[in-house]
Design a binder for this molecule. Structure first.
Ligand SMILES: C[S@@+](CC[C@H](N)C(=O)[O-])C[C@H]1O[C@@H](n2cnc3c(N)ncnc32)[C@H](O)[C@@H]1O
Length: 323
């Protein structure tokens, strides 16, 4: 699975033209509209599951950022921008989190996360919540987690301050899967080239019936892509991101970047998936894509010894509340 921080034109988000116009005026409304629309199809779109594949993926992302410095499990955990629950529900299955509270600005996403938790047999609390104003008391949680979320938040430093407020003294925050400035630059270009190449090839008569998206689905994809440009607010330089968390009051702040060659593969793959007819690619394709991504991730860990951190696609950050 590639990171979920940026993307090429997406499939399956039925935004009307009027909605798109309103969303340009109000970013928080744009976030709710876009992610509510995405909620029902999000797990399919990103090949999210709650089996060993995604448990391992979530655990690896968490450990890459933290290096597992604390005793496990964290007793009480809050996830911000939880989406359908990919990160916290899989971290709970991995034995890293115990009691989980899922929150998101989008009511549709909170519903989807609660439904996924229900299918797994977990009793999780779900609330609609803005990460800039978290509706929980001070000193409540042992850990706050997030995945692919802070690049959607207008005031990232305010969100860090809120994470620290709701953490118990000594509690930790872990945010993974955020786009770096340089990574986003090449990911978008790779996505665009793949989108146009796939459209051109699948329009050829022998391939059209099986592979080409119909005109209505393409129109929806274009509107979703327009909104995507509105909801993706930030890309990050790892050192600047660390300084934001320090200014918000965190200590023991550490950033970690991941994915270089894996992103060179991941973005074309992800865009190809969005550009062909829904259902044309099966589970075998998802496993092939994930297996290739994993092999290239191993290469990237070796390259990380020589290539500067800011060239990698993803950045994660962790820090601790003093006390
Ligand atoms: C790219 S999705 C990631 C979802 C999930 N964390 C994952 O990795 O699958 C970003 C999520 O952030 C949520 N979001 C956007 N702005 C937010 C805010 N200000 N506060 C809380 N959540 C927000 C969106 O509704 C969306 O569900």
């Amino acid at each position: 699975m590639a990171s979920r921080s940026t993307s090429g034109p997406a499939g399956g988000a039925p935004a009307s033209r009027e909605d798109v116009s309103r969303a340009f005026e109000d970013n928080k409304l744009a976030q709710v509209l876009y992610h509510d629309w995405e909620a029902q199809t999000y797990d399919d779109k990103w090949s999210i599951s709650f089996d060993e594949r995604c448990i391992e993926y979530a655990r690896d992302r968490f450990e890459a950022v933290t290096g597992t410095p604390d005793p496990l499990p964290y007793a009480t955990a809050l996830e911000l921008g939880a989406g359908t629950g990919f990160f916290s529900l899989n971290l709970k299955q991995a034995g890293i989190l115990d009691e989980v509270h899922v929150t998101d600005l989008s009511p549709g996403m909170v519903e989807a996360a609660r439904a996924n938790a229900g299918k797994l047999g977990f009793a999780v609390e779900g609330r609609v919540a803005d990460a800039e104003r978290i509706p929980y008391d001070d000193n409540t949680f042992d850990i706050v987690v997030g995945h692919a979320v802070i690049h959607h938040i207008p005031d990232v430093e305010a969100a860090f301050a809120e994470m620290l407020r709701v953490l118990k003294p000594g509690g930790r925050f872990v945010v993974a899967g955020e786009p770096t400035r340089i990574g986003d630059w090449y990911a978008r270009r790779l996505g665009r080239i793949t989108w146009h190449a796939t459209r051109a090839i699948t329009a050829l008569p022998p391939l059209r019936a099986q592979w080409a998206k119909d005109a209505e689905a393409l129109d929806e994809s274009s509107r979703a892509a327009a909104l995507e440009a509105v909801v993706d607010l930030h890309t990050f330089d790892p050192d600047e991101l660390a300084r934001m968390a320090l200014r918000a009051g965190a200590v023991d702040v550490r950033t970690q970047t991941e994915e270089l060659t894996a992103a060179f593969l991941g973005w074309p793959v992800r865009t190809f998936e969005a550009a062909v007819k829904p259902g044309a690619l099966g589970w075998g394709w998802a496993m092939f894509a994930y297996g290739s991504w994993r092999r290239l991730s191993v290469v990237d860990r070796v390259l990380a010894r020589a290539v500067p951190a800011r060239f990698f696609y993803n950045v994660g950050i962790t820090g601790v509340k003093p006390g």
